[in-house]
Structure formats: C-alpha cells, structure tokens
Ligand binder design. Structure first.
Ligand code: UFG
Length: 336
C-alpha cells in the first residue's frame, strides 16, 4: 500500500516508516520539521535502502495537502503529526486545539475528496485520564486532565463521527502507552527539543553527562516501590502495530480502538535499575515531589490488540533500555 505518514520524521513516525518499508509498503512522509529533523530521511534510507518521498508541508494547510493527494494515490493515512507536550498544552491551549484538531479535519476532508478510505490515528493512553482501575481496557471511561489529552480524545470523537457518516471510511485508533527504545541500528531514535520531559530521554541524557541528575517525581504513590508505574513499550514493537493496523483498516469499515502496550507496568525505579544493569552505568537520582497531573499507575490490557489485530509486543525492558542508550551514546546531540 502507498501510505501517507503525517509527522513521519518524528520518533514514532520514523520507526513506523522503516517497518512499513520492511513489510513491502510504500510510505510517503509529510512533515513540517517543527519537532523533527530532515536528517531522519537519510537515516531511514541507510537502514532500509529505500528513500521515502518527502513533502515538507504543514498538514493543516489544505491547499498543500490537496496538491500532495493529487500527486500521489494514497491507500491509507497514518496521522502522527501533532503537538505533544502536556505542560506546554496547558500554557498554550489554543495552539494545541488549532493545530491538533485542524490537521485531522483537513486530512479527513481531503481524503473524502480523493476517495482515500483508511485512517490510522495516533491516540494515547492519556485519554483514560485518571484511571479508576488498571489494567486499562478499551471500553473503560475516558476523560482528560490537560488540553493535549483533550485533543487526542476530541480527534477520536471526530474520527468516530466521520466514520459513522461515511460507509467507506475505515478508522483505527491506536492508544499508545509509553514508547521508549530506538531502532537496534542506533541510527534513528527519540530526539527531544531542549530538556526532556519524559523519563527515558532524561535518563539517557544523564547517562551521557548532558544532565546532572534524574529527579524521581514522587516515591509515595500506592505502588510496590512508591514510584509511578507505566506501560513502557519498545518503539519498534509500536511501529509494527501500525503495519497490522493499516492491513486491518483496509479489510474492514467502521472504527476500532486498540490499546498498544505490553500489558506490564514498571515503576520509575524499575526503569532506572534496569537501565543501569543492562548498560553497566550509574544514574545519579534524587527523589523529588510528585509532578502535577501524574497518576500512580497506568498500564494496558493488551488482549484486544493480540486477539483482533494479531499484534503483541515482543521486546523486553532490557531491549528498551539497551536500545535507548545505544541511540543516545551514538548520537550525542541527536540528529544535529
Ligand atoms: N518521571 C520522573 N522523572 C522525570 C520524568 C518522568 O520521575 O524526569 C516519571 C513520571 O513521574 C512518571 C514516569 O516517570 O511516573 C513516566 O513519565 P513520562 O513523562 O515519561 O511519561 P507520562 O506517563 O507522564 O506521559 C506519557 C506521554 C504523554 C501521555 C501520557 C499518558 O509522554 O504524552 O504518557 O499516556 F499523555
């Protein structure tokens, strides 16, 4: 299939691009490089031997998107592009709503014009808000705690409504848990701007000597060691879920939601200790107060993806910690 990847130069998009090529598909990337780097395209070519076609556009720009759809005959769209910093979304909510909602509306309108019927959306476990119980099952109540999360949930609603109104449209909503790791080649990986917000890039930058010490946000949660528990998933496993999702979408109509996690929760200290053991490094850390908005535990029931999509995570936490460090240690300044 020829598949449009919006935000295809980003962390999850680039890994999905590689897996699509490996599976014999033809990905085309649309990216405005707002939070990614053109060098990614060279790296994808290095890994796969195939250079994906690139459109350097903003997918909120309807005219540019139309021109691209006119030039390509897409079979499916995977929509990764979006703003994703939780804290920033609280400070700049309108920017988040404008960008993250506009892009989806534009894509849906242009897809209808050109008869492109298959849409896979990057949603997030953040749509479960503060979970009442774990593991999280797709049918559990949703509700968000910040504008970023609301943009994900609103997009899920928009896509659900669009699919109810259009018998041709097929939508797969993938609710990602916590993607970490990197391609085993160490040539593509996560390259956050500025000081990382997320745990694994923070750890790898401490390991690299770029940051002094990790702050562990809270050790008094009701978890086995008091630190927050999440469902960390290797980005290559996550990328492979998208290959399954486009096949699934192409065979059916309507909308389906899947949790994409391993089903296992690990604490912050599990991650730190595993990272130190696997990479034979020391990570200095200090316990800090809880971070506003964090929940104690968030992990998936991943049964539905296994049974219906035929996908399950294969890589271990050791793999995730090793590959994250392999990427960081070989690319001290990311793609720059
Ligand atoms: N943490 C620290 N120190 C840090 C960073 C994080 O202790 O410097 C802790 C957090 O408190 C949390 C865990 O590590 O317990 C994971 O935090 P991340 O920031 O890596 O990930 P979150 O679970 O907070 O957020 C992720 C995505 C969001 C998404 C959310 C819910 O980054 O985009 O999951 O699905 F909204």
């Amino acid at each position: 299939m020829k598949v449009l990847l919006t935000g295809g130069a980003g962390f999850i998009g680039s890994h999905t691009c590689v897996e699509l090529i490996n599976a014999g598909h033809t990905p085309v990337i649309a990216d405005n490089f707002d939070n990614s780097c053109p060098e990614v395209i060279n790296r994808i070519e290095e890994i796969t031997g195939v250079r994906p076609k690139l459109y350097e556009i903003d997918v909120c720009d309807g005219e540019k998107v139309r021109e691209m759809f006119k030039a390509e005959s897409f079979d499916a769209v995977i929509h990764f592009a979006g703003l994703k910093a939780v804290g920033e979304s609280c400070a700049l909510p309108l920017r988040y709503y404008r960008n993250n909602i506009d892009s989806t509306l534009t894509l849906l309108e242009v897809m209808a014009e050109f008869g492109v019927a298959n849409f896979v959306f990057s949603s997030s476990a953040t749509v479960y808000g503060v979970p009442k119980e774990v593991p999280l099952v797709e049918g559990m109540p949703t509700g968000c705690t910040n504008p970023y999360g609301w943009t994900k949930l609103m997009n899920e609603q928009i896509l659900t409504d669009a699919s109810s109104a259009d018998d041709n449209l097929s939508v797969v909503l993938l609710r990602y848990f916590n993607p970490i790791g990197a391609h085993e080649s160490g040539r593509i990986g996560e390259d956050p701007n500025g000081i990382p917000n997320n745990l694994m890039p923070y750890i790898t930058q401490v390991a690299a000597g770029k940051l002094e010490q990790l702050g562990v946000f809270g050790d008094d949660y009701p978890t086995r060691d008091g630190t927050g528990v999440r469902d960390y998933i290797h980005v290559v496993d996550l990328a492979k879920a998208h290959v399954k999702a486009i096949d699934y979408a192409a065979e059916r109509k309507g909308v389906e939601i899947f949790n994409i996690g391993t089903g296992t929760g690990y604490s912050v200290l599990d991650i730190v200790n595993t990272f130190m053991r696997v990479n034979n490094l020391t990570i200095p850390y200090a316990i800090k107060p809880r971070r506003a908005g964090d929940v104690a535990e968030c992990y998936a029931d991943a049964t539905k993806a296994r049974e219906i999509l035929g996908w399950q995570a294969e890589k271990t936490l050791d793999d995730m910690c090793r590959d994250s460090w392999n990427w960081q240690s070989n690319n001290k300044n990311g793609y720059k």
